[in-house]
Design a protein around this ligand. Sequence first.
Ligand code: ATP
Ligand code: FE
Length: 337
Amino acid sequence: IYILAIESSCDDTAAAILHNSKALSNIVATQHIHEAYGGVVPELASRAHQQNIVPLVHQALTEANIDKKQLSAIAFTRGPGLLGSLLVGTSFAKSLSMGLGVPLIEVNHMEAHILSHFLKDDDRDPPTFPFLAMTISGGHTQIVLVKDYFDMEVLGETLDDAVGEAFDKSAKLLGLPYPGGPLIDKYAKDGDPDKYRFPIPKVDGLDFSFSGLKTSVLYFLQRETAKDPGFVEKERDNICASLQKTIVEILMKKLSKAVDDYGITQVALAGGVAANSGIRNALKTAELERGWKAYIPPFEYCTDNAAMIGIVGYFKYLDNRFSDLKTPAKARYTIGS
Ligand code: ATP
Ligand code: FE
């Protein structure tokens, strides 16, 4: 089975070809235009998707070395995401499925982040059900109980900012370009994580909150630069290390609670923030010291990509879960709905 998968939920246009559960090509066009604005501008994102999508799909087919006539189905991201961005991928997928006379398969982007663990890879085994998934990305922070491919339950999520936003907004306050998460990670490596303290929010159950952290970083930087205008420049690495330590602590506290509450020690990370070395190391430590089994996808499957849309498409294809041409894009689209 050959699946063409299309992802256009935010600011990356992506296309992939899968042969069964293996990605033959996985191409992402990152839109750099947003960097100048310090965040994604929806209208610009949507226009860039329109320009990118046709050449990108061509490239995905060429790299996979297959002809579009060989495709068994077209999978696309239905949501959640920016409506204008989703519309481009949705409309393109529908037209192509109609033109080629092959089935159309809608995919929930957040389920795809989780199921990216099932993309065939000779170096790793996929998790076995049931497992806990922590999806940490630019728009989401969730702990999900994954009982089966299409049986997932959100156990907890952020009440305000996503963890990726906490990274990016803090980075912005430090004067770093967007997206600042990877830069905080980079500078943290040379800093002292115990130099500064930021508060750990008190939130019930398995939910998260990150907006308080952002505010405390703002006040901290205002206070310190009032005393010494060169503070950020001198202390950048220590601030990044301390901040990253705090964020990792917040994530690990909730994940540990979920492991205890549900008695499941298989833990899978998903989403762009799973690239963060702090959270990766914390999970490796938990494997050694607490007997967890941790699953972390390769970097290209952590951030937004179309291969993860393709793997969901493949499982749905096997299960005859096809979509109607009338299926609208859905900006808000919760897991399991
Ligand atoms: P969503 O999937 O919720 O719609 P998104 O697709 O925008 O959100 P992703 O592409 O999954 O998010 O992840 C992007 C986020 O990951 C950004 O906030 C970015 O700063 C963050 N990020 C990427 N690498 C790192 C890193 N090494 N450390 C910290 N954050 C990182
Ligand atoms: Fe994403």
